[in-house]
Structures are given as C-alpha cells and as structure tokens.
Design a protein around this ligand. Structure first.
Ligand SMILES: Nc1ncnc2c1ncn2[C@@H]1O[C@H](COP(=O)(O)OP(=O)(O)OP(=O)(O)O)[C@@H](O)[C@H]1O
Ligand SMILES: [Mg+2]
Length: 254
C-alpha cells in the first residue's frame, strides 16, 4: 500500500480537486483506492456525494485503541465508482489535530490512522487542509509521497518557501510540486514555474490547465474524467496519475 498526500500551506489551490481526480483515475485503472478526507471543510466528501460521519473513531484510533480502530474502519464507505472508497470527514476530524498535538510522537498517531487502510488498498490518497498543524505535519511525514499543490503566483511561491522552512517533509525529496490552474500562454505563469524549477524543487512535468470545466466538476459532483471526459483538464489529470504512479511504483502492487 502506498500513501499519497495532497498538500499546500495555501488555501484554494486545487488540493481537493487533485485528490479526488487522482483517486478516481487510480480506481478506474483497477487500483484499490481509498480517499482519506482529513480536511474539516469536507470538500472531498461532498464531491463524492457522501455525508460526513457522526464520529469516526479517528482520535481513538490515533491513540492505538482497538475500539477506535474498529469504529474508524467501519466508517469507510464505498463511492459511486468501482474500486474507490472514502473515509469521510467527521466531526471528530476537528479534534484530531489536538489529539496528535497531545501525543509525544504525533507521527505515530498519523501512522496508526493511515494504517487503518493497510491490506485492503493499493493506494491511499489523503486530502489535507491548508494548515501547518500537527495533523498535516505528521501525515506528511508518514506518507510515501507528497504533492505540494500550487498555482503559478507569487503568493503560492511565498507559501512554498514558508512551508519548506517550517515543515521538514516539504523540503525533502519525496515532495514534488504540482502547478495547477496554469495558463501556458501567460508569461507570468511561465516565469513563476521557471522560478520554482530553478530553486532546487522537484516540479512535476505535468501541469494542470486552468479551466472553467472544474466548475462543472462541482456542479455535477463528479470527477473531471467523468464530468468532462475528453477535455485537456481530464487529460492533464490522467498524465499526472501516470507520472505519480511511476514514482510510487504502483504497478508493482497489481
Ligand atoms: N485547474 C483548475 N482550473 C480552474 N479552477 C480550478 C482548477 N482546480 C481547481 N479549481 C477550482 O478552484 C477552487 C478551489 O479548488 P480546491 O477546493 O480543489 O482547492 P483546495 O486547495 O482544496 O482548497 P482548500 O485549501 O480550501 O481546501 C474550486 O472552485 C475548484 O473548482
Ligand atoms: Mg481542499
């Protein structure tokens, strides 16, 4: 099982869109996939037409309590798509940050909750909130790969610099930068990408186009590969999955 975290310190850059689209494509390609919604906004849960769970046992599971683990596992639900399950956001997700902060080794708590999926899935995609708290930091530490999602803007670059400074995992090799909402004809977009590439960051060669089709994805509450199947937007996410699955060696898990 491999764990892929979608993260950024900055809000609204496409983390949830990326998590949902990648998880869906992974599932359509036959990988047993779990989308783990760890953002209290519950956007990924909503996009997959699922309700938040009342209490998902995660805080207890983080402490290693077997009752909590059982409860959390029982909250995993199927989706409208074959091979794609979801651990929805629950009221308790709000307390998880506090719970991990109270632990001597928060990463052990993160490892326990990610371990809930062990054995049943090939890929776990985690949608994280734009936060530098213990939950985000420890999940990043325990993930196999991190996609740092950003737009080609100076504010996003500032968020990357801050994150690298404050969150050790973001500065590590397992983190790759993904540019979303890219307009290839815009000189300022290209300049921002070049700047990040020139500063010792691993930038994914796939870039995600800026497109109003992502509004349609929300209207239809369906991943881009379904809501706009023949679009450049959908093509970009397929290419991204190819690139990331190679880095994760996913084919070996089949
Ligand atoms: N490539 C894109 N082109 C245009 N709009 C996009 C693109 N990707 C995402 N969006 C839109 O941008 C908005 C924010 O996207 P999303 O919710 O995925 O970001 P986020 O980083 O998860 O936000 P948050 O930090 O609040 O969790 C949404 O309205 C989404 O439809
Ligand atoms: Mg989000």
């Amino acid at each position: 099982m491999k764990v892929l975290a979608c993260y950024s310190l900055k809000g609204g850059v496409g983390k949830t869109t990326t998590s949902v689209c990648l998880a869906h494509i992974s599932a359509t390609l036959g990988f047993r996939t779990l989308l783990f919604d760890l953002d209290t906004q519950g956007s990924a849960t909503w996009l997959l037409r699922t309700k938040r769970s009342s209490g998902n046992g995660l805080t207890k599971a983080a402490k290693g309590a077997s009752k909590g683990e059982k409860k959390a596992r029982s909250q995993i639900v199927g989706s409208d798509y074959d091979n794609l399950d979801l651990l929805p956001y629950g009221i308790e997700t709000i307390d998880l940050d506090l719970q991990l902060s109270s632990m001597k080794r928060p990463e052990q708590g993160a490892s326990r909750i990610l371990g809930l999926a062990e054995g049943d899935y090939d890929l776990v995609v985690v949608d994280l909130p734009p936060s530098a708290g213990n939950l985000a930091q420890s999940v990043l530490k325990e993930s196999d790969r991190v996609i740092f999602v950003m737009t080609p803007s100076m504010l996003s670059i500032h968020a990357l610099v801050e994150a690298k400074d404050r969150i050790p995992t973001v500065a590590k090799q397992k983190t790759s930068v993904l540019f979303t909402m890219v307009q290839e004809r815009r000189k300022t977009d290209l300049a921002a990408i070049e700047l990040v590439e020139s500063e010792n960051n691993h930038v994914l060669s796939t870039k995600i186009v800026k497109s109003t089709l992502f509004d349609r994805m929300q209207e239809k509450r369906a991943p881009i590969a379904l809501s706009a199947p023949n679009s450049k937007a959908s093509h970009d996410y397929h290419a991204l999955f190819e690139e990331v699955s190679k880095m994760l060696d996913l084919d070996k898990l089949r």
